[in-house]
Design a protein around this ligand. Structure first.
Ligand SMILES: NC(=O)c1ccc[n+]([C@@H]2O[C@H](COP(=O)([O-])OP(=O)(O)OC[C@H]3O[C@@H](n4cnc5c(N)ncnc54)[C@H](OP(=O)(O)O)[C@@H]3O)[C@@H](O)[C@H]2O)c1
Length: 306
């Protein structure tokens, strides 16, 4: 995937196992790093300085860096200061982990990726999910230069291509191949319960895991929950002629359709768990392109076929 302009100063909120490992990697990559715990940074100062990073308060991390990595327990995401993070590029590396977060239905709702929850809490921030699925020990052990045949990959999910590109460049700088997983909603394919969670594999294998999510047990639960949620919101069908796509249906699984859309570019994507009513309306629509933009893009779990 393409990489964007480089982050020079990286902020990290959370100075535990993941935060300190990322700080070490970023310092090794030549970045300036500011890292904070929840309160006074004094208790972490010596450890942080020993790896070449700067201990800071959360406010300093947010004010003085190009991007802020969230490396704190997900259960505490509501403690993040939404006003201060307005306008910031925020890299969400957090996962729902019941052992530390407690049993929380809101953090395991299949309709919503946890990064979407974080984005809702930080409406003015630009949230990208990344650096979340690989364990901190693998992160520490595996950085390699670009082109190394044993280089491992890290998945990225985000809604804004420019922000995704910036995070991809960071992942590359840290020593990993960036792999685009889709919009923020698709971040669920790298959360606990998905095959990609814990993955310490190369880019081709990681892509395979992400693409296989839709057919996995968790993927089917997610697709059903989302398909049903989408079907519940009865859509208005707008028919505006746009010659932008050709499409064909590849069949149904139970009451949920699988659609394959071939774009004029030649790219073919598969959309899973599209409700039968939407599928049928699409097949009838005079304008497939417009209907696609309004009703299908970014709504259903998507895999690339070719
Ligand atoms: N461990 C891994 O291998 C790994 C890999 C990928 C992703 N993750 C994710 O990364 C997150 C952190 O995991 P971890 O294993 O590093 O946990 P950890 O070792 O328990 O560290 C959590 C850190 O977050 C800090 N913290 C808590 N609330 C904070 C706040 N409001 N602002 C700033 N810092 C805050 C804690 O500091 P104080 O309590 O001292 O303030 C502590 O330094 C989790 O969401 C986890 O799912 C972990």
């Amino acid at each position: 995937m393409e990489t964007g302009h480089r982050i020079e100063t990286l902020g990290i909120l959370g100075a535990g196992r993941l935060g300190m490992t990322l700080a070490q990697l970023a310092v090794s990559a030549g970045l300036r790093v500011l890292i904070a715990r929840s309160g006074d940074p004094a208790p972490i100062s010596r450890r942080v300085r020993a790896i070449g990073a700067t201990p800071a308060t959360s406010a300093e991390v947010i004010d003085q860096t190009d991007a802020v990595v969230l490396a704190l327990p997900l259960g505490r995401y509501r403690s993040l200061p939404a006003d201060a993070l307005d306008g910031s590029l925020v890299i969400d590396a957090m996962n729902y982990w019941w052992a530390s977060d407690g049993v929380r239905d809101d953090l395991s709702d299949p309709r919503t990726s946890t990064s979407e929850l974080v984005q809702s809490h930080l409406p003015g921030a630009r949230v990208v999910k990344a650096l979340s699925h690989m364990g901190y020990q693998d992160l520490e052990d595996e950085p390699r230069p670009a082109g190394d045949p044993d280089r491992k990959a890290i998945a990225i999910a985000g809604d804004e291509p420019r922000d995704v590109a910036v995070v991809a460049a960071l992942v590359d700088d840290l020593g990993f191949d960036p792999v685009f997983a889709g919009p923020l909603a698709a971040g669920i394919a790298m959360e606990p319960g998905a095959e990609a969670f814990g993955a310490d594999v190369d880019a081709a294998s990681l892509r395979g895991m992400l693409e296989g999510f839709a057919d996995s047990q968790r993927g089917i639960v997610v697709a059903r929950a989302r398909g049903e949620a989408a079907a519940a919101a009865t859509p208005r069908i707008e028919r505006v002629p746009v010659e932008s796509s050709a499409l064909r249906s590849v069949g149904y699984r139970a009451d949920l359709a699988v659609l394959e859309i071939e774009f004029v570019s030649g790219d073919v994507y598969r959309y899973h768990a599209v409700p039968a009513s939407v599928h049928d309306a699409l097949m009838d629509a005079e304008s497939h392109g417009r209907f696609f933009l309004d009703r299908i893009r970014d709504v259903y779990p998507t895999t690339r076929v070719s």
